[in-house]
Design a protein around this ligand. Structure first.
Ligand code: ADP
Length: 497
């Protein structure tokens, strides 16, 4: 009797295999890091074949460590780093170039050309996104334009494109599956999120042949069989990492919202069947749905420097030895004594959008000490998240009363309490913080009948730590006013006024 779901969590720095039981508890995990390739300062690449082989190793280990036979796996769910682009030869299975990673900025000039051609409004209206090098479209064009012979091969129909989920499925099925799901497709900047089809006009603008593109299905769907250790196992769930986390956090209703506090932060709100259009620099994207369900839309905003500001305190300023220590250090002081840090190390994102901004620290006095600075760094993560929450409230017209949190920095209770205080909402942190992997497990599990329905999953992994707002309204106003002044200082400095 199959008794487990196997989740493949293909992240930006590592691949993991996690085996979940009937209660949604993970019973075995194996993880392998893979190489980050930086051929030039703004170029970031991965070797897609290395990702595949480390994923296979992690699957084998996860099964072996818990002494589970592949026969006991009912279905596979995949969640993956989004936007990262692989182009491979369908006859050999070998990529024609390294995978170009979402962080890679090499196609900024292709994006500028698209803007100059007047395509900004069209891209937003069709794909829900802003023209940016981040998304897959211009990365595919770069490969076709720069790899010798690639364009000819693509036009002959010999090359295939896929995000990492697609490449993994193709490899695991020995070339039988060339598919992706709506959440991943919606991050390519080639997909019409209203008609749910690839957009011909954008493909033509970028000279990308339609024949390269995978078939697109809902996240919860039978995609085909993967061959694992000689056993055929159905792949029944695929979702990009952030939408998978939204599902794993059970944000099933319009207005439900989650923030992942990792290196950066990713805030996603379920807006139901309505595609909200942002006036505040957020993007509209597709949420994970199951076969037969109505399409679900999401508003997304990101903080570039989230937990990374804590790494900066640790590695560059050497104020703490570990990220964890930031909490006890910040607790040494009652507040930041007026110190604010705006960690705009790579510009300011939504809702400010100032690509030339750099970081600032303001409000220093002779009495400011390192604990004030550490606390200010932690609080900056919450202030930036709060700016996105305010933008989402304005764009969706939905009031937000609670926020589900996950990711490494969600383990910091001081940060979670400050988020509740400053955003005046309840912050809920699940005791099992593996929301991303859990999402893919739920999607695959419901689709194959391992779990009954969404309702059923509400009772699984149900323990949350709750943080409720404790500060007075006047105090909140005063703190937010200080943050706005700090943002203003940052903008003034970047303009050199
Ligand atoms: P990613 O998936 O982006 O690699 P993780 O979810 O693993 O990120 O979280 C790692 C980030 O969280 C790091 O930037 C680290 O500085 C931060 N972090 C981890 N633990 C804590 C903590 N206790 N307090 C504050 N930040 C933390």
């Amino acid at each position: 009797m199959p008794e487990y779901i196997l989740t493949l969590d293909e992240g930006t720095t590592s691949t993991r295999a996690i085996i979940f039981d009937k209660n949604g508890n993970s019973v075995s995990v194996a993880q392998y890091e893979f190489t980050q390739i930086y051929p030039r300062p703004t170029f970031v690449e991965h070797d897609a074949l290395e990702i595949y082989s480390s994923q296979v190793k992690s699957i084998t280990d996860a099964l072996k460590n818990a002494d589970i036979s592949p026969k006991s796996i009912k279905a596979i769910g995949i969640t993956n780093q989004r936007e990262t682009t692989v182009v491979w030869d369908k006859n050999t299975g070998i990529p024609v170039y390294n995978a170009i990673v979402w962080q890679c900025r090499r196609t900024a000039d292709i994006c500028e050309d698209l803007v100059k051609k007047g395509l900004s409004d069209y891209v937003t209206a069709t794909t829900g996104l802003k023209i940016d090098a981040y998304f897959s479209a211009t990365k595919i064009k770069w490969i076709l334009d720069n790899v010798k012979g690639a364009r000819e091969k693509a036009e002959k129909g010999d090359l295939l494109f896929g995000t990492i989920d697609t490449f993994l499925m193709w490899k695991l099925s020995n070339g039988k599956i060339h598919a992706t799901d709506y959440t991943n497709a919606s991050r390519t900047m080639l997909f019409d999120i209203h008609k749910l089809t690839w957009d011909k006009k954008l493909l033509d603008e970028l000279s990308i042949p339609m024949s390269m593109l995978p078939c697109v299905y809902p996240s919860g769907h039978y995609f085909g069989d993967a061959e694992i250790l000689g056993e055929k196992i159905p792949i029944c769930g695929v979702a990009g990492d952030q939408q998978s986390a939204l599902f794993g956090q059970k944000c099933y209703n319009a207005g439900d919202i989650k923030n992942t506090y990792g290196t950066g932060c990713f805030l996603l709100m379920n807006t139901g069947e309505k595609a909200a259009v942002s006036k505040n620099g957020l993007v509209t994207t597709l949420g994970a749905t199951l076969d037969g369900e109505k399409q679900n839309y999401v508003l997304e905003g990101s903080v570039f420097i989230g937990g990374a500001v804590i790494q900066w305190l640790r590695d560059e300023l050497c104020l703490i030895k570990s990220a964890k220590e930031s909490e006890s250090a910040a607790r040494q002081v009652e507040d930041t004594a007026g110190v604010y840090i705006v960690p705009a190390f790579s510009g300011l994102g939504a809702p400010y959008w100032d690509m030339y901004a750099t970081g600032t620290m303001v409000g220093l006095t002779r009495g400011s000490n390192k604990n004030h600075i550490i606390r200010a760094a932690l609080e900056s993560i919450a202030y930036q998240t709060n700016d996105l929450i305010s933008a989402m409230k304005a764009d969706s017209g939905i009031d937000i009363t609670s926020l589900k949190a996950d990711g490494g920095a969600a383990r910091n209770s001081l940060l979670m309490q400050f988020q509740a205080d400053i955003s005046k909402l309840e912050v809920l942190v699940p005791s099992d913080s593996e929301a991303t992997a859990l999402g893919a497990c739920f999607i695959a599990g419901i689709t194959c009948g391992f779990f009954k329905d969404r309702e059923h999953t509400l009772n699984l992994n149900g323990d949350y730590k709750s943080f409720k707002p404790q500060i007075k309204g006047a105090k909140r106003e005063e703190l937010l006013k200080g943050w706005q002044k700090a943002i203003k200082s940052t903008k003034v400095f970047s303009k050199g006024e």
